[in-house]
Ligand binder design. Structure first.
Ligand code: ACO
Length: 322
C-alpha cells in the first residue's frame, strides 16, 4: 500500500513584530487583557511590499531544502490561504512561477483557519490515488490586510506568516487519516462580509474586514475540536495515550488548553506558538509543526495529531506518523 509521508517542513515569519505594547497605542486594549484572554504577546506583520506568495515562497524553499527536494521533484502544489495575492491566478500558480516549476497541478484551497488541514488531506488523497508523488503543501496568510485596525475585538488576535511541508509517496506509514468537515450555517459568526461578487465597492474601499462573534466562536471551537479528537482516535483504533504530540490551530491558548485537557495531554506535548505569532489562520498549523520539528521536539516515528477550526465553519484533523 502507498502511504503519504511528510518528509520536510519549513516556515517563514515577516520581519516586523507588532507587540501588545504597540497594540495599546492602536486600539483601546491592554497587554494584560490580550495575554489573559488569548495567550498572545506579539504577532508578525508583512511589509507593505510583501505578499502572501512571498511568504509562501520562503516557507516552500525551506521545506524543499529540509526534504532534499528540488523543483523537478514537485508534481503537486496546494496553497491554503484566505488572503490570496490576486483574484486570479491562484497563489499556487504564482508560487509555481516563482519556484520555476512548470506543468504540475497547482491550486488554492479556501477553508480559512482549517485550510492547511484541508490541503494536507487533499494531498494525501492525490498521493494515495497515484495522481502525485511529491506534493508541496502550504498555508500562507497576510491576515493583517483584512483586519479592521479600529476593532479591538479582532485586530489584536491575528498575524501574518507561512508554513509548508513536502509530502511524498512512501511504503512507510505517514498520514494515517484525515477528517474534514464544514457547516456553512454558522457563517454569520465569523466572516468577511464582502467579496468580489457581493460587495466589490466595499472591497475596493478597504472595508472588507474580519468580523467575529468571538464568544460564540470560542464555545463552538472547544466543542467541535473535542469531537474531532474522538472521531480521529476511533477511526484509527487508538487511545489518547497513543498520541505523542498535539499540533493545534493557534487561535487562543484557552482553546488549545481545552483540547489538550480532552486528550489528557501534558502541556509539554502540545506545540504552542500563538504567544509569539497570534492567529495566522491557514499558516498556523504548519508554522507550529515546523517549529517543533526544527527545535527537535517532534522526532521521526512519533504520532502527531494536527487539528484546526475556522471560518465556514470548517474544522478538521490529520493524524500522522512523522
Ligand atoms: N482589549 C480589551 N478589552 C476587549 C478587547 C481587547 N482587545 N476585545 C474585547 N474586549 C472586551 C469586550 O468589549 C468585552 O467587554 P464588555 O464585557 O464590557 O462588553 C470583554 O472584553 C469580554 O469580551 P468577550 O468577547 O466576551 O471576551 P472573550 O473572553 O470571549 O475573549 C476572544 C474574546 C479572545 C476573541 C475569544 O472569544 C476567542 O478566542 N474566540 C475564538 C476565536 C477563534 O478561535 N476563531 C476561530 C479561528 S479564526 C478564523 O477562522 C479566521
Amino acid at each position: 500500500m502507498t502511504y503519504s509521508r511528510i518528509t520536510g517542513t519549513g516556515s517563514y515569519l515577516p520581519e516586523r513584530i507588532l507587540t501588545n505594547a504597540e497594540m495599546e497605542t492602536i486600539v483601546d486594549t491592554t497587554d494584560q487583557w490580550i495575554r489573559e484572554r488569548t495567550g498572545i504577546t506579539q504577532r508578525h506583520i508583512a511589509a507593505d511590499d510583501e505578499f502572501t506568495c512571498d511568504l509562501a515562497e520562503h516557507a516552500a524553499r525551506n521545506a524543499m531544502e529540509a526534504a532534499g527536494k528540488t523543483k523537478v521533484d514537485i508534481d503537486l502544489i496546494i496553497v491554503a490561504t484566505t488572503t490570496p495575492d490576486r483574484i486570479f491566478p491562484s497563489t499556487a500558480c504564482l508560487l509555481q512561477q516563482k519556484l520555476d516549476i512548470h506543468g504540475c497541478t497547482a491550486f488554492d484551497v479556501q477553508a480559512v483557519c482549517t485550510g492547511f488541514v484541508y490541503a494536507l488531506g487533499i494531498a494525501d488523497n492525490f498521493i494515495k490515488a497515484g495522481s502525485a508523488k511529491c506534493a508541496l503543501v502550504i498555508g500562507a496568510e497576510t491576515l493583517s490586510r483584512i483586519l479592521d485596525w479600529t476593532d479591538r475585538t479582532t485586530c489584536v488576535l491575528f498575524g501574518d506568516g507561512a508554513g509548508a511541508v513536502i509530502v511524498e509517496a512512501s511504503e512507510e506509514p505517514g498520514i494515517l487519516s484525515s477528517h474534514l468537515h464544514a457547516d456553512g450555517s454558522y457563517e454569520h459568526l465569523l466572516n468577511v462580509p464582502y467579496g468580489v461578487s457581493n460587495g466589490l465597492d466595499k472591497l475596493k474601499a478597504g472595508e472588507a474586514h474580519i468580523t467575529m462573534k468571538g464568544n460564540e466562536v470560542f464555545k463552538m471551537a472547544v466543542n467541535t475540536l473535542g469531537r474531532i479528537v474522538d472521531e480521529t482516535l476511533a477511526a484509527n483504533n487508538m487511545e489518547k495515550s497513543d498520541i505523542d504530540w498535539l499540533v493545534p490551530h493557534q487561535a487562543n491558548i484557552r482553546i488549545i488548553n481545552a483540547t489538550a485537557k480532552k486528550l489528557r495531554m501534558n502541556s509539554d506535548h502540545v506545540v504552542m506558538t500563538v504567544d509569539k505569532q497570534g492567529n495566522t489562520s491557514a499558516a498556523s498549523v504548519p508554522l507550529a509543526l515546523d517549529t517543533a520539528v526544527r527545535d527537535g521536539r517532534i522526532k521521526k516515528g512519533e504520532t502527531v495529531l494536527l487539528e484546526a477550526f475556522g471560518g465556514g465553519f470548517t474544522w478538521g484533523s490529520v493524524l500522522l506518523k512523522m
